[in-house]
Write a protein that binds this ligand. Sequence first.
Ligand code: HEM
Ligand SMILES: *[C@@H]1O[C@H](CO)[C@@H](O)[C@H](O)[C@H]1NC(C)=O
Ligand SMILES: *[C@@H]1O[C@H](CO)[C@@H](O)[C@H](O)[C@H]1NC(C)=O
Length: 331
Amino acid sequence: MKVMMRRVAALALALALISVHLTGQCHGQLQFGFYKGKCKFDVESIVRGVVQAKFISDKTIVAALVRLHFHDCFVHGCDASILLDGSKSEKTAPPNLSVRGYDIIDAAKAAVELFCPGLVSCADIIAMAARDSVLFAKGGWYNVQTGRRDGFVSSAQDVNLPSPSFTIPQAVAAFASKGLDPTDMVYLLGGHTVGVAHCSLFQDRLYNFQNTGNPDPTMDTTLLSMLRQRCPQNSDGTNSTFLDQNPSSSFTVDNSFYQQILLHKGILQVDQELALDPITQSTVAAIADSTDFSYNFGQAMVKLGAVQVLTGNQGEIRRSCRSVNNPSNSN
Ligand code: HEM
Ligand SMILES: *[C@@H]1O[C@H](CO)[C@@H](O)[C@H](O)[C@H]1NC(C)=O
Ligand SMILES: *[C@@H]1O[C@H](CO)[C@@H](O)[C@H](O)[C@H]1NC(C)=O
């Protein structure tokens, strides 16, 4: 009897393993080091070389690439849909304002096509490039999963990104709809440790917050007067300011953004609310005071990078990141 039970158990285990294996084959899944052994050159190093060369001449690419990854993953999953050109593609939607870095992805794609043609998806290049830029901005290293495939669809109508005037409960709901919990959200908003915001996206806080005729009472008054100079009431809103107001850290991926918002120096309304809302307040205070931001930010980026991905035989490996492959034109 016991022998019988053991056999049944062994068979069940074997079947479970086989089915895991088959699932892997049919639908594919993200893996660490998906490209290892698939090309005689190291794909991740090729991408990193391109990012490093750009970083040397322009430190602002860190913000560009981190934001590009967020926008790609949040709209239609991490499938490089944000890269597709077209009169009504995602990149034409208003929140794209100032999304940058397309040229870096093009350069990285050209490099991997040269060494490992037809192998590497644009969606993976975005994830790798964001990771590399974080490394160069002293944010530490994290391993990225790869094996994403590129999507066929990109539509401005699908762009449903959180607004900078979202309340924390609204932002939490938006992240939850992507399978990201409030802690993930707090770490991911740490992406605002680099980069800038244009006046038009927070100008309401300076002059007429929520139609009160007054500024946002939660904003530090020194910051308020500085920003009022930078963003005059009737200006076109094209000036910008650092999201991380610690001047020695505006290009560094670290926890100083959290310290700044605790000092009421958040630029976007949602950033300031993060430090004040009971849902997120204690997480913000803990991160501001700890040394493990880098590790947790990396893990949150990995989780972001897994949102609604295409794998296995879904999607395709684009030849140019800006357009889907057209079999009728191929030769
Ligand atoms: C509730 C969620 C979020 C909202 C409402 C939001 C909103 C914004 C806004 C309004 C800007 C300024 C854009 C401009 O002035 O052109 C911005 C910039 C930026 N965001 Fe977010 N964001 C959110 C989450 C994230 C996440 C999760 C990341 C990355 C992990 C991220 C990374 C960035 C970066 C790096 C910039 C600076 C871009 C640059 O300087 O080129 N954001 N965000
Ligand atoms: C971004 O959106 C604006 C406003 O919808 C549009 O005018 C602009 O061309 C878009 N930028 C890109 C790169 O497509
Ligand atoms: C941009 O900001 C500077 C001060 O930082 C200010 O003197 C200038 O008028 C602003 N320009 C516009 C177009 O708002």
